[in-house]
Each structure stands twice: as C-alpha cells, then as structure tokens.
Design a protein around this ligand. Sequence first.
Ligand SMILES: O=C(O)c1[nH]c(=O)[nH]c(=O)c1I
Length: 314
Amino acid sequence: MQTKISLASHIGDYKFDNLLLNAAGVRCSTTDELEKTLDSMAGGCVTKSATPEERAGNESPRMKALPLGSINSMGLPNHGIDYYLKFAEENQGQNGKQVILSVAGLSIDQNIEMLKKVQESAFDGLTELNLSCPNVAGKSQVGYDFDAVRDVLTATFKFFKKPLGLKLPPYFDFNQFNGISEVLNDFPVTYINVINSIGNGLVVDPETESVVIKPKGGFGGLGGDYVKPTALANVRALRQRLDPRISIIGTGGIKSGMDVFEHVLCGADLVQIGTAFGYEGTPIFERISKELEEIMDKKGYQTLDDFRGKLKTI
Ligand SMILES: O=C(O)c1[nH]c(=O)[nH]c(=O)c1I
C-alpha cells in the first residue's frame, strides 16, 4: 500500500504542489502553450525569455531533434515583455500554480528596463533573469563574465524588491563554481537555475556532410542526454557553495522520474524539463510524477526533503 507521497516543494515563500516545471524556451512562447502547462500536472510554468520588444529570432532551421537530445540556435524569438508580463499578472497563483516570468535583455540596460517594468507591475510571482542565452550572434553569455554578473545584480537590487532567480550557463571548472558562487552569495538572489543549454556545440550530418542548423554556421546550444552529467555537477557544486537561503532549480537532461531523483539528490529544490518536454508535451509531467513516486515508494521516502542533497561520496 503506497503511503502518501508528496512531490511538493518551495522556493522562498512560493509553494509548488509539484516540483516539475517546463524549461524556459520550450512550448512556452504563446499564452495557449503556457495555459496548457498550467492545466497539466506541472507545479507551474515558465515563460519564453522576453526582450523589451517582440523578436523574430534567428533563421530556420534553428532547432534539430537528435537521438540523444537537441541542438538549438533560436535567437530569442519572443512576443516581448508586455505580452508575458500580462499573462504572468493574470495567471500567477491561480489554482495554486506559480508563473515564472523569464527575461533576457541583450544588454544590462535592457535587463534593467524590463525589471523596472516588472517591479512597477501587479505581478507578484518569481522573475527569472536569463544570463545565459548562447545564441544571439555577437552577444556572449553574461554568466561567464563574473564582473558583469556583479554589475547587473548591483544595478538590479538598487530598485528590484520582488523575488529574483537567475538562469545560468553550465560551468566546467572548480574555479568557475567558486567564482560565480562568491558573486551570488553577495546578493539577495532567491534562486539560481542551472543549467542552460551547453552553448555552441556542433552537430554534423555525415550523410549530407553538413551542419544541421542554419544560424552561426551550425553552432548551437545542446540539450537532452548530452548535458545531464554537466547539469548534475552544476546543481551539486553550487549547492555545496551557495548560502542555504538561495534555492536551486535543476535543469538539464531530465526525461524520467529517475533523472528527477538524481537532480534532487544533488540538491535541486525544483526541476525544469526542456528537450524531453518539447518532444512529449504536457503528458510528460504526469508520467514523470508517477515514475518518481514509484522510486520514492520503493526507497521508503515520503517527501523530497527525505533525500534532497543527500548524494553520497565514496
Ligand atoms: O536561442 C534561444 O532563444 C535560447 N536558446 C537556449 O538554448 N537558451 C536560451 O537561454 C535561449 I534565450
């Protein structure tokens, strides 16, 4: 007999009845897509990263499904901050679901402009500042420039009083884990979300002897199975280094309940599903919830706290 198992979690004062969310960028560009996710088993939804004005994004083909995941160079196509802010204001907290508003300005000024708009709005949910888009030609990922991260957070927290999360790129070196953590621990950041896609990978089709996406000569962000070990490493390393007041959303390589279990074992408070959600749609949230509950039941866990962050070393 299955004792009552809970997949509930929280970030700051925000309660999620289920720890599963979509990842920004996947099936979340329109209000229809976002409403579908809110109507599913997911604990909430995340909007496509917004820029101040609507953007068409990069030329197609700009995303390719692959046997072990995906590569994309979308180039930040979105309907603009006003479109998503309106949706967020109207849907945040409905039926106990959280709406996370993702913003990705192409400059510090654009980020400040959008965050000022959010601060002055009626939206009282979580905002996710994306510092890790790898696909705008000529723009590097802010998350790799620790001084720039410090600058944008210093400017932001002069006026932004609402809860703020940061979407960060994957880090690959202990000096980077240390460097970003030293910056983040200096600011009232509510959570960090690791990882964004592994930027500027290259997929080749040997039949046609060609790249598979058009933008940037075929270079694009990798997602799916390719990135799970890097995602788990970033969740674990930042959990070990960040002040406990900063929550962690684990993103990267999740397509099963076992993948979620591993992310939570490494310290994730919530998880986001990108590539696999893109392929499977909202039924994935029910499938993965059931798989995770079965794993927890077999292991004798009732809540996520029973095993969160308790990864063993040998
Ligand atoms: O190309 C994109 O739109 C994109 N693609 C990604 O893989 N991550 C991001 O943060 C973004 I803003």
